[in-house]
Ligand binder design. Sequence first.
Ligand code: FE2
Length: 669
Amino acid sequence: MVEYKVTVFTSNLATGSTFNNIFIKLVGTDGESKQTWLKSLKGALCFIRGSVSCFTVSCPTSIGKLVLIEIDKHSLPLFPEDSWFPAKVEVKSPEGDTYNFPIYRWITDSDVHRFREGTALTILEDNHHLGRYSRQQELKQREEDYRWAVYREGMPHCMKTENPLSLPCEVRFSFTKTTEFLYTASTGLTELGLKGLDRYKESWTDIDDINRVFCCKQTDISDYVQEHWKEDAFFGYQYLNGVNPMLIRRCTALPPNFPVTDDMVFIRGQCSLADEMEKGNIFLCDYKRLDGLKPNIINGKKQYLMAPLILLHKTPVDKLMPIAIQLKQIPADDNPIFLPTDSEYDWLMAKIFVRSADFNEHQLNVHLLRTHLLAEVFAVSLLRNIPMVHPLYKLLVPHTRYTLQINHLARLLLISEAGVFTKFAASGGDMMTILTRSLSSMTYSSLCIPDDIAERGLEAMPNFYYRDDGLKLWDIIHRFVKAILSTHYKTDDEVQQDSELQKWIGDIFEHGFLSQACTGIPQSLTTVTELVKFVTMVIFLGSAQHSAVNTGQYDYGGWMPNTPISLQLPPPTTKGTTSNATMLKTFPDVNTTVQGMATMWLLSKQSSDFVPLGQYPVNHFTEEIPHKIITDFQGELEVLSAIIKARNKSLEVPYTYMDPVVVENSVAI
Ligand code: FE2
């Protein structure tokens, strides 16, 4: 007889204990053990949360190298079936070898569950027939558990689920996350001290009233915003380091529908647009995606959402100043080009319409589509197509945490018929048009920050911290991904022949980008370089990019005049007709304002079980090399964090959203 020493680690999750009986079977290259009941002197306490329990499994002879284990859980006659969350199983063989089996999954039923030994193996590296068979079996089950659904035509496909509880346990929110999320969602208005105002369907009559509402919850940056929101330099700054740094681009020729002249924007003879464009000092923001939408009706009143064009000038002292705003796409007499030299309220109103357009563009295109919905596609494709033993699964699964559930909640609470955006955002009447337009104009290069910055001509833009921090983070993630994947893919052939990998990218192309080849998204992967870049993009989007466009939502949107969720008067059609009263009547009603504030508050709130970028409390890698690579990755992130903190000390408005300690591993809020 030979003995295998089996150690079972139960996770520390609050509800992770089981009092059921646990059985194990060891499967090796030369045979298998009997199904063995794991019992010890600890009795019922063997598998309580945080426990580490040791057992012995005996076999007549050695069963060779261990390939997998089979675990099943049976309830006792008088005890109900419960859910168990084992972290891992370690087995010491009679030959003296130690095998690790990462699990990190809920076992809720009495079926047999198979778990592979932790050595990462692509399908080409997995030579044993048992290993190959178990990959197939696992993926068959996963295809059942994770199904694609169409939420709306023209949008990326999503995870099929009726409600959060019908999601597979392994991707659901933890108890802590659920409690906190529901608490913040249901008490947002109370927490902000705004209860009662959510029923007040009247206009603001004094900006000081907004001030009083807002004073309940402020952040350092929202304070700053309240003080500086009217300033041109701050308006320009937000295109670089606010929550939407994705729209601005260098302008080399004026669009034909934006007839700005030198006389409008420069003191006669001082400089010309042509010269400044040539020097790379002119920038354009074009909200054409918002053109011609069906307006929302809020509190029985028609709302207004513009599709503005904005020209900005980088001054000799490196300030980015707006110099011309046209609020509608087609030039006309009743669509004036507003200028900083116009009356105070004409110019301010033009900027307010731009900021409101930016709220809608940011939330739907930049935030929802380009981070949340894509992250869900990457996650579902991973869970359907890549088995746990694959290095890509081990690398990416921590970056999918909570994404399926938060997106289900976003569809339910924000963009459904009764959702907050549908009811209270200017675009609420026609969100799907914005989303489908956004998807059809999305390109692969715009999702990869180095290409995106180059394409938008922003390499030399001063004070552009989103770019500075983002490019550094991209490089760090790229080095990490390359180090992990190049230990498995030595040649391009190995990438091409990995059928699981090809299925993963194929599903992303089909379900995420609706098979539109013009997006430039690869339909298959042909080289190691291409694979590394794509996986870098997947991690960057779900972590750094999401943080850049999510974390500052209350900072920049809490003070409503800076980012109105909707506007309820049309913009001026001639100059010289606006006043403080026009502005107040144009702002959203009190109830709309406070709903917007509470939502921004909820969406910016970090959960207490937040996992920062590069931290892997659930570690699927069991070998030394990936552990060393992870340690190097964490070291680089730490250095970057220190650099960002030092830089921020000298900034009037610190840019913190891409500091690795602020960035979450996955799209989780
Ligand atoms: Fe988000």
